[in-house]
Ligand binder design. Structure first.
Ligand code: NAD
Ligand code: UD1
Length: 331
């Protein structure tokens, strides 16, 4: 298939480009380099021994974006492009609605114009309402607490509305849990400019000596050791889920929603210990106040993806820690 990958030079997008090529698909990448760099394209070309088709295009500019559809016979779209910083979305909600929803509407208009009927959308576990009942299954109540999460929920609903009227339209919505790690080759990973917000990007900076210590946000949650528990998934396993989802277009219903996680929750302290074990580097930390907006615990039930997509994960928590560090130290 010829697959348009929006945001294809970003963290998850670049890993998915590799898996698409490994699975003999052809890719066309669109990215405006807002949170990525042209160096990622150069590395992909070298690593894959290809000359990948790339458009440096801001998808907010629908006329420029249309060129991509005009010049390529696209069969399906994997839509990663968007902004993802939760804290910033609270400060600048319009920026998030404008970009995340605006570019998705432009994409869907062009898909309609060029008769492209298949899309995989990057949603997030953040769309679930906080739940005492775990693990989370796809039919559990939804509810969001910040504009970033709201853009994901709104886009899920837009896709449902289109599927309702167009019976040939097929959308696979993947709700990612917490992607971490990097490609085992050490060339691709999460590029971080500035001080990171998320746990693993912060830990690797502490390991590198660029930050003094990790702040553990609260140890008084109702969890195994009081610190926050999340379902971390290796980014390569996550990328492979998209290949399974492409196959699902052949047999699936109009709209399919899948959790993509491992189903296992790790606490912050467990992540620190596993990182130390995987790398031999000590991570100094201090327990501080809870981070506003955080929940204690969440992890997935990913059985639906296992059963219907034949999805499984290969990498464990030590691999995730090892590969995250392997990428960071090579930067
Ligand atoms: P990323 O920031 O690394 O990648 C997104 C890419 O989209 C970037 O390369 C950026 O330059 C590009 N982009 C943004 N706005 C654009 C525009 N207007 N036109 C063209 N390109 C644009 O993020 P990621 O971690 O790879 O995440 C990919 C998707 O998965 C995002 O939609 C994100 O919300 C979602 N997601 C990510 C996580 C996570 O923890 N990383 C978790 C759940 C969901
Ligand atoms: C964050 C986002 C969420 C997004 C997800 C995946 C917030 C409030 N939520 O969730 O919307 O879908 O990333 O991108 O930003 N932690 C520390 N110290 C740190 C950083 C994190 O103790 O310096 C803890 C957190 O309290 C949490 C765990 O580590 O318990 C994981 O945090 P993080 O990596 O930010 O992911 P989420 O909180 O799941």
């Amino acid at each position: 298939m010829k697959i348009l990958i929006t945001g294809g030079l970003g963290y998850i997008g670049s890993h998915t480009v590799i898996e698409c090529i490994n699975s003999k698909h052809t890719v066309v990448i669109v990215d405006n380099l807002y949170n990525s760099s042209i160096k990622v394209l150069e590395k992909l070309n070298k690593f894959l021994n290809k000359d990948l088709k790339f458009y440096k295009t801001d998808m907010q500019d629908i006329d420029a974006f249309e060129k991509v559809f005009k010049e390529n016979n696209i069969d399906a779209v994997i839509h990663f492009a968007g902004y993802k910083a939760v804290g910033e979305s609270v400060e600048k909600p319009l920026k998030y609605y404008d970009n995340n929803i605006g570019i998705t509407i432009n994409l869907l208009k062009l898909m309609e114009r060029y008769n492209v009927k298949k899309i995989i959308f990057s949603s997030s576990a953040t769309v679930y309402k906080e739940s005492k009942i775990l693990p989370l299954t796809e039919n559990m109540p939804l509810g969001v607490t910040n504009p970033y999460g709201r853009t994901k929920l709104i886009i899920e609903e837009i896709l449902q509305d289109i599927a309702y009227v167009d019976k040939n339209f097929k959308a696979v919505i993947l709700r990612y849990f917490n992607p971490i790690g990097a490609h085992p080759c050490g060339l691709f990973g999460e590029e971080n400019n500035g001080i990171p917000n998320n746990l693993m990007p912060y830990i690797v900076k502490v390991a590198k000596g660029e930050l003094e210590y990790l702040r553990v946000f609260g140890n008084d949650y109702n969890t195994k050791d009081g610190t926050g528990v999340r379902d971390y998934i290796h980014v390569v396993d996550l990328a492979k889920a998209h290949i399974k989802a492409i196959k699902a277009f052949e047999f699936s219903k109009n709209i399919n929603i899948y959790n993509i996680g491992t189903g296992t929750g790790y606490s912050v302290l467990e992540i620190i210990h596993n990182f130390e074990k995987a790398t031999g580097i000590k991570i100094p930390y201090k327990i501080v106040e809870r981070r506003s907006g955080d929940i204690g615990e969440n992890y997935s039930n990913s059985d639906k993806a296992k059963k219907e997509l034949n999805f499984s994960t290969k990498y464990g928590i030590l691999d995730m820690c090892h590969d995250a560090w392997n990428f960071e130290k090579g930067k």
